[in-house]
Write a protein that binds this ligand. Structure first.
Ligand SMILES: NC(=O)c1ccc[n+]([C@@H]2O[C@H](COP(=O)([O-])OP(=O)(O)OC[C@H]3O[C@@H](n4cnc5c(N)ncnc54)[C@H](OP(=O)(O)O)[C@@H]3O)[C@@H](O)[C@H]2O)c1
Length: 321
């Protein structure tokens, strides 16, 4: 496993981060979830991403339990706030920043988190209020560094221009072979300002592993077949034309002696502004396979071939102001 620095911070993280949306504390059984976390450490993964809202707080509680026996400096823990915990508890107001960090720390059984991320931009709270509150929780020692997820470029710039407040070190956008919106403005802006990308859905929720075949039902046990996990997979975005093009990546991976999942993760890691793709995993075997993408280099010919295959199945969208 290779390691990269997150932006201008001193956080050294594995090139593969383990995420916990939908899975741990959620739709995946306890034993299997524990096995995935154990496999991650075994593979050299030291970077774990969660959020207060994942499975209504249960993802953080699960991680708090399984990480309790590990030394606090052996991993980098990132969590987030913004999405509703109750109908009243949501957003990035000063009150919510103070309330949600304490609730997250209690569930995680930790004194501090390494990275505290604003899960979305809060259009109902003045940006200065959010940044001042985040700065206070850093100064109180509850948070080491701050980040954001899916903020529009002009709001990132505005936050960076505010005097006397902490600077963001990480950005968490969706980014994959099929979703390249961050290349338009977020990546260049972040690269110039000491902010790294830690990117979500790098496998497009499993689609880029090639297991979903055009014209065939999804394999049993996969995310697409799970009513608890497939909300963002059954909206028509993964149609047969796209799945057919993804299948054409198989010979590319085969020629390199890697799996399609490893090809997709190595492609994300080719971007120097990426610190790590955040993988979801339902089984320890997936963790092991995905972790082995670290260190795989793709040459320019391979990258061109991939672009030709995926053609206009690639979306270039990002959050707008
Ligand atoms: N900031 C945000 O708004 C946001 C949004 C989404 C996610 N995230 C973060 O990003 C993390 C990853 O997101 P994601 O779950 O969408 O990522 P992903 O890595 O694109 O997809 C993960 C899913 O793909 C399947 N998979 C993974 N490796 C595989 C392999 N080698 N072979 C076959 N199938 C494989 C598994 O599902 P099955 O086995 O069930 O098919 C797994 O749960 C989340 O856990 C969360 O931490 C953040």
């Amino acid at each position: 496993m290779l390691y990269r620095k997150i932006g201008s911070s001193d956080l050294e993280v594995s090139e593969i981060c383990l995420g916990s949306w939908l899975t741990y504390g959620g739709a995946i059984g306890r034993e299997q979830a524990e096995a995935c976390v154990a496999k991650a450490f075994e593979a050299g993964i030291n970077f774990i991403d969660t959020a207060n809202a994942y499975s209504g707080g249960k993802a953080e509680s699960f991680l708090g339990e399984v990480l309790a026996d590990r030394s606090r400096d052996s991993y980098v823990l990132a969590t987030k706030l913004f999405f509703p915990m109750t109908p009243e508890d949501r957003g990035l107001s000063r009150e919510q920043v103070f309330k949600q960090i304490d609730a997250s720390l209690a569930r995680l059984r930790m004194d501090y988190v390494d990275l505290y991320q604003c899960h979305r931009y809060d259009w109902d709270t003045p940006l200065t209020e959010t940044m001042e509150a985040l700065t206070e929780v850093v100064r109180q020692g509850k948070v080491r560094y701050i980040g954001f997820s899916e903020w529009p470029a002009d709001k990132i710039q505005e936050a960076l221009s505010l005097p006397g407040v902490e600077k963001f070190v990480s950005s968490q956008p969706q980014y994959s072979l099929l979703w390249r919106g961050p290349e338009l403005d977020v990546i260049p802006l972040c690269a110039d300002n000491g902010i790294s990308q830690i990117v979500f859905s790098p496998l497009s929720q499993g689609v880029l592993t090639g297991k979903y075949k055009p014209g065939l039902p999804p394999p049993s046990g996969s995310r697409m077949t799970s009513d608890a996990m497939n909300e963002f997979m059954v909206d028509g975005r993964y149609h047969d034309t796209l799945l057919g093009r993804v299948q054409q990546l198989k010979p590319v991976a085969d020629e390199l002696g890697i799996t399609m999942a490893q090809l997709a993760l190595a492609w994300v890691l080719r971007e120097p502004n990426v610190a790590a793709p955040i993988i979801g995993a339902t089984r320890p075997e997936q963790v092991k396979e995905n972790a082995a993408a670290s260190g795989v280099q793709l040459d320019s010919q391979t990258l061109e071939r991939i672009d030709e295959i995926l053609a206009d199945s690639v979306a270039y969208k990002g959050p707008e102001s």
